[in-house]
Unconditional design. Structure first.
Length: 258
């Protein structure tokens, strides 16, 4: 089934609305977590010193809680993105769109679980020594260890991120909703994310090297940025592939054959 088949005017309008939402959420899911980690969360980290990290968090808990709240909001935003993409691709392949949606839900649940665990560890750090038999360092250790392992922990939801967006970009390619070069680049970009996430689990010393992280993440950042802007500005191409490439020529040929 092609993108231009069996779409009423109302259906097209709904699909274009879903595309605008997806475009906005692509940009939101790219920029907000990057800014949140760069300017809110990463300053807490003291490399190879979880107690130092925990003391930084304890000294500025309000800012740390803001960072955790933003990560939770991101989980909500990812659900919105997933539903919009499912709505777009259901006419193309309901089964594949549903599979991608379920993978996205798994990603969101795992990401939210990491935030929950971090919040629980923060509560442990706030317990006073008088209330427990543990030393202050023992109470601080969980939040410091967890937060210093932030990248490693997020490798698990990133496995599902790679899978779901590989499939969604494949559906972009199959539907011709966006240029196929752009869609193919997206598939490749999220294949790199998937491989890198597995690499962090299996070969963490290699996968966490800066050059490896750059190769893994930069293409997907570019793909989300370009596709997000494209969907916001141009929306979906609702014409079949042969018409979208040479619209008036294809129409003329049809008229002549008639």
């Amino acid at each position: 089934m092609t993108a231009g088949e069996s779409n009423t005017t109302g259906d097209v309008a709904l699909l274009q609305t879903a595309a605008k939402i997806a475009g906005f959420m692509f940009l939101f899911s790219l920029l907000v977590p990057a800014l949140n980690f760069a300017f809110v969360l990463s300053p807490f980290v003291v490399a190879d010193d979880p107690i130092g990290t925990a003391r930084n968090i304890q000294a500025n808990q309000a800012l740390f809680r803001v960072g955790l709240t933003i990560e939770l909001i991101m989980s909500v935003g990812l659900v919105v993105l997933a539903v919009a993409l499912y709505r777009i691709f259901k006419p193309i392949s309901a089964s594949l769109a549903m599979l991608a949606l379920l993978w996205k839900v798994a990603e969101v649940v795992l990401a939210a679980a990491i935030v929950l665990i971090s919040f629980v560890a923060l509560q442990v750090a706030n317990v006073t020594v008088e209330q427990t038999a543990f030393s202050p360092e023992q109470l601080l250790a969980p939040i410091g260890i967890l937060f210093n392992a932030h990248t490693v922990l997020y490798s698990v939801p990133m496995v599902f991120l790679g899978l779901d967006l590989m499939l969604f970009f494949y559906l972009f390619y199959r539907s011709n909703y966006i240029p196929r070069v752009m869609a193919g680049f997206g598939v490749l970009s999220y294949a790199l994310i998937f491989i890198h996430a597995l690499g962090i689990i299996v070969l963490p010393d290699v996968a966490t090297m800066p050059i490896v992280q750059a190769v893994a993440y930069l293409p997907s950042c570019l793909a989300e940025l370009v596709v997000g802007i494209w969907l916001l500005v141009k929306g979906l191409n609702m014409l079949p592939p042969d018409v979208s490439v040479s619209g008036s020529v294809a129409v003329d040929r049809t008229e002549r054959n008639a």
